[in-house]
Structure formats: structure tokens, C-alpha cells
Design a protein around this ligand. Sequence first.
Ligand code: FHN
Length: 467
Amino acid sequence: MRDKHGRHWIVIGVTALATLLALLGLLTMSCSRNMQSSATATKQLTKDERMAWWRDARFGMFIHWGLYAVPAGTYNGKRVDGIGEWIMNNGKIPVKEYEKYAEQFNPIGFNADQWVHMAKNAGMKYIVITSKHHDGFCLWDSKVTNYDIMDATPFKRDILRELSVACKRQGVKLCFYHSIMDWHHPDAQAPFYPNYNDTSKSNPNFDRYVETYLNPQIAELLTNYGPIGVLWFDGEWIKDWTEPKGKDMYAYVRHLQPKIILNNRVGKGRKGMEGLSKSDEYAGDFGTPEQQIPATGLPGVDWETCMTINDTWGYKEYDQNWKSTEELIRNLADIASKGGNFLLNVGPTPEGLFPTPIERRLEEIGKWMAVNRESIYGTTASPIGRPEWGRCTAKGNKLYLHIFRWPADGKLDVPLAGVQASKAYLLADKKHAGLPVSSGQDKITISVPQAAPDSIDSVVVLVTNNR
Ligand code: FHN
């Protein structure tokens, strides 16, 4: 029996079957390729693999920016005590009144490329910006609320979008701070007015806040702005937040971005401002000491000290109590010498500019890092503790001796027993000219020039044979 073109049905059947099999073959191949690619894509990185860039980076910029920059520490003509970003709580400002600051938030001086350039030029490898702080205002185009930069302000530009583009362009990691506590949301802490931070209170609708607001916003942040380096939670001390919620959030965030790093404020493990976790049982990848530096190194523990340059995180127009560049550089060396990261804060103005004292300090830190970055990036904690003349970081067979107090007699004693030195030189000396070194019983002595190359922190590199 033949078809209208005279061909036999069997031939037709076989061709159809062959095509079908070929199609099936192609299909399985692409499925297995997809499965392979999805398998490789979601290959679970070990913690060490995930933390590697962060441990190498050592130095990042914290940015606290939002509506609180508008009152800048003053409410109804009176100065409000405390950190600037807490003015809504410390000033007992009702939600409806605080919302009005959004109409005045129009930072026309904001230039994402300039911000990222100032961070990069200072030697900072990552930026953690407040996507939403306790006051609940969102610095991105959120589809979950109108209390954001696009719908509530005359500015109508997605700050996080512009920063994600600038960070990508300049090779700086973008990271988001996000507050679990929310003084604006009716299912969160808004009803606790006038003490939004009342940790004795609970909101019966808090789970609804988590399901319909917090989680969807986290999804927006981790879906619409490319790879995010760190999710830096905060405000976890509220009564309604629990460790199980923290663990759920940790899994949810790692599901959205498997490579991401989360701080220990996703759960309830933090021991107050000392910031380290009570134990490994608690959710989070690193500890968060705040405004303080641990006394000693913490072998095997990932931690990051966050610190202000003056006494506030959010901009406060009259807070001029600026730390010196010397103090900031020595803090960086101190923190690295203990195996930690330094997250240094900037509170931009309502115009979108970095206060001049901050710009100057970032430039000066950048000059020091331009010469000495090798003694910070990718280093590990000091094997000689805290020498009296300064600090020490290590990398392979090199010790970076951070000298804060230059020896008047030109003799630098390094408390190292049974270690052979092969060379010592000033990191600032591009020729790496050798300095005279003598190895003693329990110390190595390096003869250094009369004058210190850098009064804040001069680095001598000691190369050892057998450390
Ligand atoms: O309440 C916040 C504060 O405003 C600021 O964001 C700091 C930064 O680490 N964290 C909280 C205080 O622990």
C-alpha cells in the first residue's frame, strides 16, 4: 500500500521512528547537558571556597545611607542624641511624620562610579550598603512597597542598580546590609511607637511580615542586582526573630545565591557588640564585632570589625569627631594581624556626597595601601603575637612587620626562636634592598635606617627559610 507520492508506509514508519529517536537522542543529550550544567552551577562550594575572596580582601567599605541623612541629627530644631540613623526612634518620630523626609530626599550629587572609585582607591575590595535600615526605607526599586527610592522620593533612580553597574565596571564586590527589624512596617515594629526598639514586645503578625515582605524583598535583592558578595543582616535582636527563623533565612538566601556569604546577625548567635558567635551551631559565616577590635587573633574564626570614622553610621551634620588617618591605618594593620576583616563606614550626605573629612582619610589610606597592600591582602594572623613596636601579618614564608614605633637605635628585634632569616627589606623600597639581619637564640634582629619611611606604619618584610 503506497501514499499519494507512491512511497510504502513501512518506509514512512521507519523514517518517522528514526526522526523520533534522533529527536529523543538530542533531547536527552541537552537534558543531560543541562543537568550537568545545573549540577555544576549549583555545585555546593565548600565554606573555604566561598570565603576565599572575602578572607583575601581584608578591607571593605560600609555605607549607611537613607532618609535619616535628611534630618542629619536634628528634629524639630533640636539635636537628637545617639547615632544618626536612629533619629526616628531616638526622636520618637511618628511613622507618618518620618515618611515626609522621603519628599526631601533628592541626592542629585550621587555618582555611583565616584563612590566605588573612592572605595577602590582606598584599597577596599567590597562595599556593603544599607539596602534597608531599621527605618524601613528601601534604596532600590522594590515591587513589594512604595516606601522606596522610586515611589516615595523625587529622585526616582535605583541607587542599588547604579552601584551594581559601577561595582561590576570597577571590579569591586557589591554587598547588601538589610535590617530584619522594621520601624515602618505594621506587621513588624511600627506599632511599638514611641519605642520602636522595645525588645519586650512582639507583633502577632510578624510571620506575615516575614512571608509577605522580608522574604520577597530579599528575593528582589538577590535576583535583580547580579552576584552579591555578602548579605549583612542586622536588627536580629528583636523578640520576634528566632534562631530557627535565622536558619530558614540562611538556607533561603544560599538557595537564591549559593556562593553568597552571610554574617552572624542572620540568626541569634551574636554575643552583643563583641560580635562573635556563641558557638558554631548558630547561623552565619562570620562574626561581627562592632566598634571594637578583639584583643587577640581568633584562629579558625572568620570575623569582621565594623567601625565608624566619627561617632555615627548615618550622616549627622554636626558630628565632627573624626578618627585620624593614623588611627584608621593602624586599626587595619591591627585587625589583619589578628586574622580579621575591617569594614570601615561612610555616612553620605543627603546630597549624595561623602563628607570631606572622610574623602581625605580615604585618599590618605589609599596612599598607604598603594605602597603596603601586600602586607594586608591575603595575609593571615601574626605568628609572633603583638610585638611592642607594632603588629605583624604573614603570608607564606614572609612576615610583614608593621612598625608603629620606629626603633631609635635602629635595631628591630623580632621575637622568633629557631627561625632562619634569609632576607629583610623595606616594603616601601621598590628595589627590596636587603637590610642587615642577625638571627639570635630567641630573636632575629634587623638593622633599619635612621628614619622611618612612614610615621604611621612602616612595613619591613622578613623572609624566613624555615618558618
Ligand atoms: O542599630 C544598628 C546601627 O544603626 C548600625 O547599623 C550598626 C552597624 O553595625 N548595627 C546596629 C547596632 O548594632
